[in-house]
Ligand binder design. Structure first.
Ligand code: ADP
Length: 391
């Protein structure tokens, strides 16, 4: 068996990991969380899928990573694949993390001040602990570096782009890349135009033409675009000035409101969890029903707008926790796109749940797919491909 790849996703106080074998062998995965506190702990699933929890009081990223390596059942990974949120304009594909590349990741930290420093902490810890292992960075933004200028530029003074990198970057690239490649494999060939909807806690849409991202809903930050669990998505850019002048809100207050108290949660005044929202709407909760309506309408509107980037439309792909599990959301989004000749097979839609892949159109019109995303698997694949190219 070829050695597995260890995939790592570092947050400011957590490390998610998955050991991805080259074949269909079971994955070892888990999360170290609350790092930096006395409650720090590692939750790990073993090869039989059984969960184990270990207390790691006071652990930092390096201590947690050492604990993760100790639970890999004796496997030595081929390489470590790091998920990195922002690659700016430097990175169009996975890259080997040498000193020069790490300096370039540091240089993009201003564009993702909450995420990139955490990713860098994970890279530093992994390099120090395992200097002999290749470390590879896979960027959420890289897949979208194929956007044409007319899709990535904002209509702002050009100097803001030239001097400060203010442009649309897009995120969730690993997921959009994975599901569109999978749809190519299922449909045959790659001469396709797909509209993809990644609907999880964060949500984004993408137009993929012949395997390349041509436009996407997220922009400079992961706040732009469709409605999300707690993030607003698009608002009038005049909102900030209005709230500041009329209500005296500071920029930090406005930023926190848009990121943490908006979206499904803000609209419903209830929850950001789609399962709870659907149940509440069933019971007649008006806020939950409105949140669902706005969510689905805005996704449809975003997909319709992104269709401008595709010469022809092969079909739509739903993924992410909501896209994979909510027949109601899928049906509402499709119903809100009346001019695209989409025909949903209601029975197939209802039956495609819980991580199942399936085609849910009635066979006469663009294809409709549910494809469970696999960001860890995609990061492992891109890591392997890079090492093979460099071998
Ligand atoms: P993340 O973006 O954090 O990876 P996920 O992709 O797991 O999140 O998506 C989380 C969302 O998926 C939540 O809103 C959750 O309610 C929703 N979800 C999970 N299962 C279901 C389900 N059976 N029906 C509707 N929504 C679901």
């Amino acid at each position: 068996m070829q050695a597995p790849v260890l995939v790592i996703n570092c947050g400011s106080s957590s490390i998610k990991y998955a050991l991805i074998p080259a074949d269909d062998a079971p994955r070892l995965e888990g999360i170290a969380e609350r790092l930096g506190s006395q409650e720090a702990r590692l939750k790990a699933k073993d090869a039989r899928g059984e969960a184990h929890e270990v207390a790691l009081p006071g652990a930092d990223h390096a201590t947690a990573l050492a604990a993760i390596f100790a639970r890999l059942d004796g496997h030595t990974p081929l390489a470590v694949g790091h998920r990195i949120v922002h690659g700016g304009e430097h990175f169009t594909r996975a890259s080997r993390l040498d000193d020069e590349v790490i300096a370039a990741v540091e240089a993009t930290s201003a564009l993702a001040p909450l995420h990139n420093p955490a990713n860098l902490a994970g890279i530093a810890a992994a390099r120090e602990l395992y200097p002999e292992l290749p470390q590879v960075g896979v960027f959420d933004t890289a897949f979208h570096q194929s956007l044409p200028a007319h899709a990535y530029r904002y209509a702002l003074p050009a100097a803001l782009y030239r001097d400060h990198g203010i442009r649309r970057y897009g995120f969730h690239g690993t997921s959009h890349a994975y599901v569109s490649q999978r749809a190519d494999a299922l449909a045959g060939g790659n001469d396709h135009g797909w509209l993809t909807a990644h609907l999880g806690n964060g949500c984004s849409t993408c137009a993929v033409w012949q395997g390349q991202s041509r436009d996407t809903s997220m922009g400079l930050t992961p706040l732009e675009g469709v409605v999300m669990g707690t993030r607003s998505g698009d608002v009038d850019p005049g909102l900030h000035a209005h709230l500041h002048r009329q209500l005296g809100w500071s920029l930090d207050e406005i930023d926190a409101m848009l990121n943490q108290r908006s979206g499904l949660k803000g609209l419903s005044e209830l929850t950001n969890d789609m399962r709870e929202l659907e149940a509440a709407a069933e019971r007649g909760h008006a806020g939950a029903s409105l949140a669902l309506e706005v969510f689905c309408y805005r996704i449809a509107k975003s997909l319709a707008a992104l269709s401008c980037a595709l010469p022809t439309l092969s079909g739509l792909i739903f993924t992410g926790g909501i896209g994979e599990n909510s027949p109601r959301v899928r049906a509402k989004v499709i119903a809100a796109l009346p001019h695209f000749g989409l025909h949903l097979d209601d029975a197939a839609n209802q039956a495609t749940l819980r991580g199942r892949e399936g085609r849910i159109d009635a066979g006469d019109g663009p294809q409709l797919w549910v494809i469970p995303t696999d960001e860890e698997g995609q990061i492992a694949n891109e890591t392997r491909q890079l090492l093979e190219r460099q071998a």
